[in-house]
Design a protein around this ligand. Structure first.
Ligand code: ATP
Ligand code: MG
Length: 457
């Protein structure tokens, strides 16, 4: 561990002494005070890379005040100490940029583990200040885009990466939720530990519970031996919970427990296990609406949504399209062994005018498909899928033979309507008299709206 100066602000003598002694035993230079006022003077006089502060202090300046002001002055990593039952305050502290929090009574190991990661964070802050240009941004994150919306969002993500706060990423299918989750992980102090991802929508309750928390032999039919779960596997690291809005209430209660207490019980076991896991959750559902419908626990919603990253749909940041096209051309040149240099202005215009219901994933698929179909290294309009093209005249009528499955008929109807509205899902939903959500759900289920349809279909 680095020799560094840590400021400790704690008005309960016993806790202040425990922390001071532990840190000094580990060769860390420490300064300690029992007052918020004195702490603020010290913070203004010298630069503390790490601060450990009680949330409640007896004087006029509270730990929360120190957190807010110190973060503004320079960017120290701050660990907050809370009393039992102060969960709301702890969540608020995370929102204000605290690195993490621990609850009294705590173990000295908790302090040391956090301290290690705070030091790492400080090192990475001095190594990489927030990127100032688009190229640097994409190098650091793998995220392509120069629209203001994307740049702001990636900067928020990079700031969020510096804390251990839980993050909820929302956005339509294909907008890059998983990509940004990985970028956060790669830029966090946990980057050398595990990144484990799970899609909560694809498993039954029993399998999901077992996957997350593990199980003991015989806990259900087919559980032949003990198995550790992802929370244990990701201990010290990051767990990406995709489609968290699709979990049942019973699983939600268990996730809440890990978030609140850092504890869980494997399926069929009576032993409680501990895990220190940073959670990044994602969903394309409107979770607040699910809370209103009583399908999602409100307390869990607030616990997950400490930092919210809302991925904008591609149609709201069309200026990113040219950069993305270039990026996918380069990627596919390697994959397909081609040498396409750039796209004709006519094609770019067509792609700029389309609404992209399947977002970046759809654009990626359209570019790949077009590059597969093109002869040589020139992309032609005729290789673009029909639905991205401007519609001349009527869309060919739908012919559904009697006996066609309902699913097939529904697919045909929705696809053709999307073709008519050039990918505008809202308009298509209105025309069909169905909910926008249903169209979004189907678009996701089929991968994307139109890449499987050939030109002229
Ligand atoms: N800004 C971007 N720059 C480069 N590639 C991107 C960008 N956004 C998305 N992609 C690519 O698009 C594809 C879809 O992204 P991703 O899987 O992260 O989306 P998602 O929001 O998680 O979708 P879903 O809700 O369907 O799971 C991936 O191949 C990803 O690499
Ligand atoms: Mg995803």
């Amino acid at each position: 561990m680095d020799k560094a100066r840590v400021l400790i602000v704690e008005d309960e003598d016993i806790y202040r002494k425990i922390i001071c002694n532990t840190l000094r035993e580990h060769g860390i230079e420490v300064q300690a005070t029992d007052s918020g006022e004195e702490a603020w003077e010290l913070i203004k006089q010298q630069r503390f890379p790490v601060i450990i502060s009680d949330i409640r202090l007896s004087g006029n300046i509270s730990g929360m005040d120190l957190l807010r002001d110190a973060k503004e002055l320079y960017d120290p990593s701050i660990l907050m100490i809370t009393a039992f039952g102060e969960i709301e305050m702890a969540v608020e502290a995370m929102r204000l940029g605290a690195f993490s929090y621990i609850t009294k009574p705590f173990e000295v190991e908790d302090i040391l583990a956090n301290l290690d990661r705070m030091m790492l964070q400080q090192r990475s802050i001095s190594d990489h200040l927030l990127p100032s240009n688009v190229e640097e941004l994409s190098q650091r994150t793998g995220i392509i885009g120069n629209s203001k919306k994307m740049c702001d969002l990636v900067n928020i993500a990079l700031k969020a990466a510096r804390s251990d706060a839980t993050i909820l990423i929302t956005g339509e299918s294909g907008t890059g939720k998983e990509l940004i989750a990985k970028a956060i992980y790669m830029n966090s102090s946990r980057k050398n530990k595990e990144f484990v991802a799970i899609n909560c929508a694809t498993l039954t309750d029993e399998f999901l519970e077992s996957a997350l928390f593990g199980h003991v032999k015989g806990s259900y039919t087919g559980a032949m031996k003990d198995k550790i779960g992802l929370f244990e596997k990701a201990d010290g690291g990051t767990l990406f919970m995709d489609e968290v809005g699709d979990t049942s209430k019973s699983i939600q209660a268990k996730i809440l427990r890990v978030l609140q207490e850092g504890e869980f019980i494997p399926l069929g076991s009576t032993d409680t296990k501990k895990a220190n896991v940073r959670i990044i959750a994602a969903t394309n559902k409107d979770l607040l609406q699910s809370v209103e419908k009583n399908e999602f626990r409100e307390d869990l919603y607030y616990r997950l949504n400490v930092i919210n990253i809302a991925m904008p749909p591609l149609r709201e940041r069309k200026s990113d399209i040219p950069l993305l096209i270039n990026h996918f051309i380069k990627k596919n040149n390697v994959k397909l062994n081609k040498k396409v240099i750039r796209i004709a202005p006519e094609i770019e215009e067509i792609l700029m005018n389309y609404d992209w219901p399947g977002n970046v994933r759809e654009l990626e698929n359209v570019i790949e498909r077009t590059m597969v179909l093109c002869s040589g290294n020139k992309l032609a309009k005729k290789h673009l899928p029909g639905c991205v093209l401007p519609q001349k005249g009527d869309i060919p009528p739908i012919t559904i033979a009697p006996g066609t499955s309902w699913k097939e008929a529904e697919k045909e109807l929705i696809m053709k309507t999307l073709q008519l509205t050039r990918g505008n899902k809202q308009e298509a939903a209105k025309m069909l008299g169905i909910s926008l959500r249903k169209i979004e759900y189907r678009v996701k289920e089929w991968g994307i709206a139109c890449a499987s349809k050939a030109n002229g279909d």
